[in-house]
Design a protein around this ligand. Sequence first.
Ligand code: PCA
Length: 208
Amino acid sequence: MMSRILLTGFEPFGGEKVNPSELAVKQLEGKTIAGLEVVAGVLPVVTVKCIDEAVKLIEKYEPVAVLNVGQAGGRVELSIEKVAINVKDYRIPDNEGNQIRYAPVVEGGPDAYFATIPVEKIADSLVEKVIPASVSYTAGTYCCNEVFYGVSHYLRNNKPGVLNGFIHIPFILEQAAGAKPPRASMPLEVIVKGLEIAVEVVAEGLEK
Ligand code: PCA
């Protein structure tokens, strides 16, 4: 059986009609990239449930790597996240109205986890292929960081060989055209291409 990589996006939140992370992972679902079969899922923007859904998908698909993707409105390039922190401090309520302040993701868990995908190599490969990208040292303290931390914690304790990481993506053009105040954006095709390159780099690292 072909090895799988799980890509996850999120449902829309914060009053947006779409979430580009959902659109992007759906475009890649079912493709084979560098010998990896892409499986995909969409996570709720709801505390705890977001991690539970991600873990469910991992147990269902048994992937060799997990790449969670989320929208980071305002960012101007693809952000390859280096670190997940054990903090939840929500800037806005989640999609079920939970407004969490100053709480850990996992009570008593380690302060932080580094991504186990080759973060720096992915950022460099993207730039080399003329896609704006950089390593980011904060995934925030909202649902995205929560999923990144929760998945890191789950894998470390249950499936230590499985790689994981998180990529934040900008708004797409449809979310930016006519917006006041103006918003940075990137075409969905470029984001999809960028994720494809990220998967290729992850796949290269898996080959021994
Ligand atoms: N972005 C949010 C959560 C869901 C998403 O797509 C975040 O950056 O935390």
